[in-house]
Design a binder for this molecule. Structure first.
Ligand SMILES: NC(=O)C1=CN([C@@H]2O[C@H](COP(=O)(O)OP(=O)(O)OC[C@H]3O[C@@H](n4cnc5c(N)ncnc54)[C@H](O)[C@@H]3O)[C@@H](O)[C@H]2O)C=CC1
Ligand SMILES: O=P(O)(O)OC[C@H]1O[C@](O)(CO)[C@@H](O)[C@@H]1O
Length: 389
């Protein structure tokens, strides 16, 4: 079995690569990072280390690399013959790789290969594969679309494992947390014969992706933005601050009430409490040093209408449930000033040159809810007090 995986970065090598290799796949990693691609081709293998007591090593072999910026035709050839396509590349990059995937799928079907194939986006977003599908379809000829409909699936997925930015001499080595969870929406799969061990298959992914996004990602980002406003640079240091810990617990209690309200057939209150206790322990993992700059990266994306803060706030408000701690975090996101983060710099510039409420509408998409916009504006000003206290 072969897989084409887009994005040979931290989660690509540190989670998707591990799982595919453990299922007997050889992997063509596709990336624009020449150092990583050259190392994959030279060595054909790499090591993962678990950031946990014992620091267990996992060896991944039968891998190679294709640089899509230099050798796009090789990617097309790989897609023609592959058994699975996965991505872990970042939501903003999905539209950039879509034309190449469209070209590969067209070449595959035109070559007579009608083996069903699934394309699985493993990104921190709701409906990732379906978004990728839309981007890919916008690059397909009209006569190709019904054929792709027939043979190619785009099942949504939720992936959960904390993999910080790596600072190793070996560009392929990756240290990852022990915990991992990958769930795929089986109702959207075309090739149901390929069931990966170590992966969960759900009839309906929505409760699981919401549980993950509104817990791990909302919670982690809360630690990042609250900690950053207090002057911390790592998640480990920030979460030791009792105020930060209290904030993340309040935020998780709010998202927990939403998750229970929406998904009480799937999750009991107790199971959600246990899930959140585990999430907090994962943030406190002493074997991981995670930068606030990474966890808070691309703040404009994270302020999005369907993202980890505004969506739960909207849905809690609709249900008359408390969202005050989430609102406090949103105010702090607008203070996230990271010199190396282009979105953070863009946001700071917008705040200096535009009206605050206009910036809030532009970044959150809350054009129809002036009340929430007012609340965010207040929360932005209140967040100034963090630094003074
Ligand atoms: N790191 C983590 O703990 C987790 C990350 N994720 C998600 O996985 C995705 C990737 O995250 P990370 O692995 O942390 O990021 P990363 O930055 O380590 O990896 C992304 C890779 O994509 C490559 N890339 C960028 N533009 C490209 C292009 N046009 N063509 C080909 N390759 C390109 C980069 O060179 C990099 O190697 C994101 O959507 C993230 O939300 C999901 C769960 C956990
Ligand atoms: O990748 P994004 O969406 O920027 O968010 C970063 C998040 O991803 C994770 O690395 C894993 O979900 C979290 O640790 C962190 O909250």
């Amino acid at each position: 079995m072969r897989a084409v995986h887009f994005g040979a970065g931290n989660i690509g090598r540190g989670f998707i690569g591990e799982t595919l290799a453990d299922n007997g796949f050889s992997i063509d990693f596709v990336d624009v990072n020449s150092t990583i691609i050259d190392a994959l081709n030279k060595r054909g293998e790499y090591d993962i280390e678990l950031a946990a007591p014992g620091k267990k090593k996992i060896h991944v072999s039968n891998v190679d690399g294709i640089n899509n910026a230099k050798d796009p035709d090789k990617v097309v050839d790989a897609i023609k013959a592959t058994d699975m396509i996965t991505t872990a590349i970042g939501p903003k990059i999905l539209p950039i790789i879509a034309p190449l995937i469209a070209k590969g799928l067209t070449a595959r079907i035109n070559s007579g290969n009608t083996t069903p194939l699934d394309v699985i986006a493993c990104e921190n977003m709701i409906g990732g594969s379906q978004h990728l599908k839309d981007y890919v379809y916008s690059h397909l000829d009209a006569d190709m679309k019904p054929k792709v409909d027939k043979y190619i699936g785009f099942p949504n997925a939720a992936v959960d494992r904390i993999v910080p930015i790596q600072h190793n001499d070996d560009p392929l080595f990756v240290s990852v947390e022990d915990f991992k969870e990958w769930i795929i929406d089986k109702s959207q799969m075309k090739n149901k014969d390929i069931k990966l061990k170590g992966v969960g298959y759900a009839k309906d992914l929505e409760p699981y992706i919401e549980r993950k996004l509104f817990s791990v990602n909302t919670g982690h980002a809360t630690v990042a933005y609250t900690g950053k406003n207090l002057g911390y640079t790592t998640i480990g240091d920030a979460i030791k601050d009792p105020f930060v810990l209290k904030q993340v617990k309040r935020v998780l209690s709010e998202t927990r009430s939403l998750l229970y309200n929406k998904w009480n057939k799937e999750f009991t209150e107790k199971s959600l409490e246990d899930y959140h206790s585990k999430v907090l322990k994962r943030f406190q993992n002493p074997y991981i040093s995670d930068d606030i700059a990474r966890v808070g990266r691309t703040p404009i994306r994270k302020l999005g209408y369907d993202e980890r803060f505004i969506r739960p706030i909207r849905e809690l408000k609709e249900r008359n449930l408390d969202y005050s701690a989430l609102m406090e975090t949103v105010g702090r996101i607008y203070h996230f000033d990271e010199p190396k983060d282009a979105e953070s710099q863009k946001l700071q510039k917008m705040l200096k040159t535009e009206d605050l409420k206009q910036v809030i509408v532009e970044t959150t998409g809350l054009k129809d809810d002036p009340d929430l916009v007012d609340q965010i504006a207040k929360s932005y000003h209140d967040a100034d007090n963090d630094k003074k206290n």
